[in-house]
Design a protein around this ligand. Sequence first.
Ligand SMILES: NC(=O)c1ccc[n+]([C@@H]2O[C@H](COP(=O)([O-])OP(=O)(O)OC[C@H]3O[C@@H](n4cnc5c(N)ncnc54)[C@H](O)[C@@H]3O)[C@@H](O)[C@H]2O)c1
Length: 249
Amino acid sequence: MIDLKGEIAVVTGGASGIGRGVVELLVQCGAVVAIVDRDADAMAVTLEGLGSAPEVAAFVTDVTVLDEVHEMRRQVLTDLGTPTILVNSVGWDRPMPFPDTDPAFWKEVLDLNLLSTLTVTHEFFGLMLEQARGGRIVNIASEAGRIGSLHEALYSSAKGAVIALTKALAREGARHAVTVNCVCPGVIDTPLYRSMPDPHAASRVRAIPMRRLGIPEDVAAAVVFLASPGAAYITGQVLSVSGGLTMVG
Ligand SMILES: NC(=O)c1ccc[n+]([C@@H]2O[C@H](COP(=O)([O-])OP(=O)(O)OC[C@H]3O[C@@H](n4cnc5c(N)ncnc54)[C@H](O)[C@@H]3O)[C@@H](O)[C@H]2O)c1
């Protein structure tokens, strides 16, 4: 088990799916974890599942609302201190043909997938650069951002931008012991995935070389590795966790 005692982690979207899997593994590894999510009910269920561990603090925040993000930062710094780990897991999409999309939908998808990552990272990146122990940032992007995804033009664009943001910030953080990496989940069985059209189609599983959907724990293992001291010399990288669905060189 990776030892993260003494680390302070912030996980956005930590009340469900992949984010929740990351929170659970970070807590098991000994980190103090701030769960940041806008869904208070899901947050309560997640906290109950963790057995109200004292190492966990909940911040009900909509990460697309700047004032709420500023307030969350203030509270995290007061209650826990400067984070050493940031995992950006908030994201959302509703697949549809590009001609059917409209500017309101474009804004919603870009806000939830790109701007959320940008704003939360902006709140903590400077502090991480200043602290001697540096930091670890892991962004949850998607294979859609690497290879494009049918009927997900906006989502693919936003996730591609998250990958580019990751690499640019990796260069900025490199001399300050701040690493920035990206994990691209394939098809992971979460509430978001189950909201997609026909999630249980056999063809989806047949397309995956490992012949199963991923689970949040599959992604969490990769995220926590990238957040660990052992990953100190890894930055600007994009790691697919997809059962071999895509093998990008
Ligand atoms: N599930 C998959 O197959 C899959 C594949 C590729 C990438 N991803 C990415 O993984 C990440 C997590 O997805 P998931 O499947 O776990 O989704 P999920 O819907 O299960 O969890 C997302 C969480 O984010 C929270 N959230 C949404 N909008 C928010 C906001 N504005 N402010 C604060 N919290 C907000 C939700 O309340 C929820 O708890 C997303 O970035 C998604 O794009 C998922």
